[in-house]
Ligand binder design. Structure first.
Ligand code: SF4
Ligand code: SF4
Length: 258
């Protein structure tokens, strides 16, 4: 499958990229940097609402193929969240985890936000000022909270993440654990920023999985954990990043001409 994907995308680029000695997450950081620049550039250039809408559609479509890689490889808020909780862990020696029932309730909040956004878009846009005192206070509070808890925006509030997560459940790519190779060290579960019980599953079907590869990179047992197809064909991060980037680029090109 990887070979066909490479051919479809750009075989020269794929061959060159696959020769780089990168771990999955290092590949992801490269894509994150690229998309941070592109999205900030789009915002500064005043991209039209149509362009953003097609961009979101492209992200949704990519989710069918490569789960929520659009979150972890392309959304500029994801690296901000990652940087903050890692800084918090360094500063305070640990991150905090909400009790399971509270965490579950908080995770559901993003679906309410999604519903509210859909209703707001369906009604008359009120033109609420994006920069207001409550908004600044909210963002400041969220940034501080992100030092103590992992990814509160992405996990609890982001409406786009809620939508992508629902579509991602239909994706054939999943984090898959091989009980034969697993040494049950808990590292995958401990490293998961979505607080998912990776070690307790053979196939992780959660809409919360960001496809971020942190669990895969942290696994000490070769062959125990991968992002893979139902036929156990392993899909590395550079393939996922290339696929999501091509689709998003296509979205930008189509959106530019609308
Ligand atoms: S990190 Fe790897 S070996 Fe350890 S529990 Fe998870 S899958 Fe098993
Ligand atoms: S299960 Fe693995 S890939 Fe999914 S969010 Fe957790 S660490 Fe990332």
């Amino acid at each position: 499958m990887e070979d066909q994907i490479c051919f479809l995308l750009n075989s020269d680029f794929c061959i060159l990229y696959s020769m780089l000695p990168l771990r999955h997450q290092q590949s992801r950081y490269l894509f994150q940097t690229f998309w941070l620049l592109v999205i900030v550039g789009m915002a500064l250039a005043g991209a039209s609402p149509q362009l953003w809408a097609v961009f979101l559609l492209a992200a949704l479509f990519s989710t069918l193929l490569v789960k929520r890689a659009a979150c972890s490889f392309a959304c500029p808020l994801f690296p901000v969240g990652e940087l903050l909780w890692r800084a918090g862990a360094k500063l305070f020696g640990r991150n905090f985890v909400a009790p399971f029932w509270f965490d579950l309730a908080l995770r559901s909040a993003k679906y309410l936000v999604l519903g509210w956004v859909i209703l707001a878009l369906a009604g008359k846009p009120t033109g609420t000022a994006l920069i207001s005192v409550p908004m600044v206070l909210f963002i400041a509070g969220l940034l501080v909270l992100s030092l103590f808890f992992q990814m509160p925006w992405c996990r609890y509030l982001c409406p786009a993440g809620a939508l992508l997560g629902l579509v991602a459940m239909a994706s054939l790519l999943k984090i898959r654990r091989s009980p034969q190779h697993c040494v049950r060290c808990h590292k995958c579960s401990n490293r998961c920023p979505a607080n998912l019980p990776v070690m307790l599953r053979t196939t992780l079907r959660s809409p919360e999985c960001f496809a971020c590869y942190r669990c895969v990179d942290g696994c000490p047992a070769p062959g125990a954990l991968d992002l893979a197809t139902p036929g156990k064909r392993v899909v590395p991060a550079w393939v996922v990043g290339t696929m999501v980037s091509c689709l998003l680029m296509l979205g930008i090109i189509v959106g530019t001409f609308l």
